[in-house]
Design a protein around this ligand. Structure first.
Ligand SMILES: *[C@@H]1O[C@H](CO)[C@@H](O)[C@H](O)[C@H]1NC(C)=O
Ligand SMILES: *[C@@H]1O[C@H](CO)[C@@H](O)[C@H](O)[C@H]1NC(C)=O
Ligand SMILES: *[C@@H]1O[C@H](CO)[C@@H](O)[C@H](O)[C@H]1NC(C)=O
Length: 219
């Protein structure tokens, strides 16, 4: 067989092999959101328009994109979703608003949310999240609003969160957190209201005396 014929055959085979993979790789953010759709029970059908075969998720209801067709908002507050969050959400690099308050979401807050560098607002209040507050959230340097109140979160409040200078509102009230709460950095502007109704939370940390820093445990 002539060399060109062999090459042609190989090229054709390669094109045929790679073609069906193209939509999936071109739609990374849609895939990430679709992973969430699969992880929740959606009895109000608010995610019905989330069709993973579309070129991007920008026409899906409750999803907003920027001019580059990258996801900037996810608005699913009070949507009667039952289930858990998926680590794939950490792939939405331009996400600014993650609004999932007032659902019935269980399980942990994925540490991968700490990769959402553009995030301005993380609203997970009034769900049923368990586990601890991921310290990775301290990497969200643009965050203004962090509302985790009304869940079943345990462990300590990561002290590293105090380094988020942009933080304006912080609410972890009505959980089961323990230890002391930080008062330095951005936390100097938060009142005890932000921390109330955590029966095992002892009060503000004493200056220069950090008992519960690295382990996240209170014992
Ligand atoms: C959280 O879970 C408990 C027990 O399953 C349930 O009674 C409660 O209604 C749930 N909370 C929310 C906000 O759905
Ligand atoms: C929340 O979900 C749990 C199961 O995951 C269920 O037992 C509970 O009844 C739900 N609560 C509400 C208010 O829907
Ligand atoms: C924050 O981001 C840096 C750089 O990407 C990474 O090395 C570090 O582990 C992250 N911190 C946490 C607590 O995840």
């Amino acid at each position: 067989m002539a060399m060109w014929a062999l090459l042609h055959l190989l090229t054709t085979a390669l094109v045929l092999l790679s073609w069906p993979l193209t939509p999936a790789t071109a739609n990374l953010e849609g895939d990430a959101l679709f992973a969430l759709r699969k992880a929740v029970k959606d009895s109000n059908n608010v995610l019905q328009s989330w069709d993973p075969t579309l070129v991007d998720p920008c026409t899906w209801f409750h999803v907003t994109c920027d001019g580059d067709n990258r996801v900037t908002r996810l608005d699913l507050g009070n949507a009667n979703l039952v289930g858990s969050l998926v680590p794939e959400l950490g792939k939405l690099q331009r996400l600014q608003y993650l609004e999932l308050y007032m659902n019935n979401l269980t399980g942990p807050i994925p540490k991968e949310l700490g990769r959402l560098k553009s995030l301005v607002s993380l609203d997970l209040y009034h769900n049923n999240f368990t586990g601890s507050i991921p310290s990775s959230l301290s990497n969200l340097s643009n965050l203004n609003f962090l509302r985790l109140n009304g869940n079943r979160l345990t462990g300590t409040i990561p002290r590293k969160l105090t380094k988020i200078r942009s933080l304006k509102i912080f609410d972890v009230s009505n959980n089961d957190l323990c230890g002391t709460f930080p008062t330095s950095g951005s936390f100097s502007k938060f009142s005890e209201e932000s921390f109330k109704n955590n029966p095992r939370l002892e009060g503000p940390e004493l200056m220069g005396f950090v008992r519960y820093d690295t382990t996240g445990n209170c014992n």
